[in-house]
Design a protein around this ligand. Structure first.
Ligand code: SF4
Length: 446
């Protein structure tokens, strides 16, 4: 269970030396309790206190890393039941399953297709992360070969699924360098799989036929020093599986049950007989509380909505999505191209840049940091004032790219023209359309 600020304070040196950046040890303790400070900021904590505090301050659901490279993921590490309480931190990893009897050509074809499923949205690249190889016939060489092909020829990371220890060992040896997830230790294989995970320093999934039966397995593995566990309560019927996900999250967060304080894995691929239903089930587990979901296939129309749902659910509800301040090239603008300016609210940027794109007029788009506010709100809040915008244009370096000195501002910010002209002598400030939808006609008519 998490410690209170007072309990933490009792473990601190209580010298009020201020080296942590806080005026007193009590102030530091309060910040630590609310997760706003790091223990390392105090250089004088004793080893004993550090151990107690580290254990108490560990998240109720431990974070687990899987894989390497651009598609590596941390799952778990969550601290709240509901997103609006704070935020969800680590996005659900999305996997697709193949059998170990798949033909090499077919596997390569699928990997090429799945690899191409990458979508840009509000500045993020959305893509699936994992391929799960399932042992279908106990042939360890075939299992290892498929695992190796995925590891060597694609960016995907792996889940290795087998109940056979020898098959699993062969698979692990083939792709250990990619840090695959071993699935899964059961009451029969817990020792062997625990030792394998330890030997190769890998994350390990644990499967039982109920939540109650998971606890002795995770306790045993935790006693072996394994903390990177992923749990599967075994339910494959939607209602029960959903209830299990909620019960596990509640047990970890509300009851402080460390035995269940691990991310979960769910298998929509085993809960439906067509991809549409499977996708709806997957959407349920992205919302609550699957840390990994395993699908039977990916298609654009099944995957994109899941990636988008995941992106939305795992954004911080207290912070608007923003773009980085700077100069963006839409099309291939040159020194004669028009210059437009907008705010760094991500949706504003995407609507404006989309309309510029559809106009087919190459344009420089300046994005000013307004702390994620849209144009009208930013202007009303004084974050898109004329002098500010003028200063931003001056320091942006856009002038060096142009043979003209004209900037087009959003119609909703027409009131800042005068101030801008004062700040930008020699520039022409043109008022553009109020609505982004009118940008194409505006640009084409110039
Ligand atoms: Fe207290 Fe440590 Fe901060 Fe000094 S650095 S005030 S001892 S918490």
């Amino acid at each position: 269970m998490a410690l209170t600020g007072i309990q933490i304070f009792k473990l601190l040196p209580q010298t009020n030396c201020k080296e942590c950046g806080f005026p007193t040890c009590l102030a530091f303790a309060m910040q630590l309790a609310s997760g706003k400070a790091e223990l390392d900021a105090c250089p004088y904590v004793s080893d004993e206190a550090r151990e107690k505090l580290a254990e108490a301050s560990a998240p109720p659901i431990l974070p687990v890393q899987i894989g390497k490279g651009v598609r590596k993921r941390t799952i778990g590490g969550e601290t709240v039941l509901y997103r609006h309480e704070k935020t969800f931190f680590n996005q659900t990893a999305i996997a697709v399953k193949v059998g170990s009897d798949i033909a090499e050509d077919e596997l390569k074809k699928k990997l090429t297709t799945w690899n191409a499923f990458q979508f840009e949205r509000v500045g993020y690249i959305m893509r699936p992360e994992l391929v799960a190889v399932e042992d279908t016939n106990g042939d360890k060489d075939a299992f290892a070969k498929v695992a190796k092909t995925i590891a060597d020829t694609s960016e995907f990371n792996l889940i290795l699924i087998s109940e056979n220890v020898d098959v699993m060992k062969a698979g692990v040896e083939a792709c250990a360098y990619k840090s695959p997830l071993i699935y899964a230790a059961t009451d029969k294989t817990v020792d062997d799989y625990g030792n394998l995970a330890k030997e190769y320093d890998l994350s390990l999934a644990v499967k039982a036929d109920s939540i109650e039966n998971l606890t002795p397995l995770t306790d045993k593995l935790s006693g072996m020093g394994l903390k990177r566990l992923v749990i599967d309560p075994g339910s494959r019927e939607l209602r029960q599986a959903f209830q299990d996900q909620v019960a596990i999250r509640r047990a970890a967060l509300k009851a402080g049950n460390r035995s269940l304080g691990y991310p979960t894995i769910a298998f929509p691929c085993e809960m439906a007989d067509n991809l549409d239903v499977e996708s709806m089930i997957a959407a349920t587990f992205i919302a609550k509380y699957g840390a990994i979901i395993v699908m039977s296939d990916f298609t654009t129309e099944s995957l994109f909505p899941l990636l988008l749902e995941r992106l939305n659910i795992y954004t911080d509800p207290q912070r608007p999505m923003t773009m980085e301040e700077g100069i963006y090239e839409i099309g291939k603008p040159n020194e004669n191209s028009p210059v437009m300016i907008t705010t760094n609210f991500a949706l504003t940027y995407f609507v404006v840049s989309g309309e510029i794109e559809s106009s087919k007029v190459p344009t420089w788009l300046l994005v000013k940091d307004t702390e994620g506010l849209s144009v009208l709100t930013a202007w009303a809040a004084g974050k898109f004032a004329g002098d500010d915008v003028g200063m931003f244009i001056n320091k942006s370096g856009i002038k060096d790219k142009l043979s003209h000195s004209e900037v087009i501002i959003p119609g909703y910010a027409a009131a800042i023209v005068g101030e801008m002209e004062e700040e930008l002598p020699g520039w022409t400030v043109t008022v553009g359309p109020r609505e982004a939808a009118h940008i194409p006609a505006f640009l084409k008519a110039r």
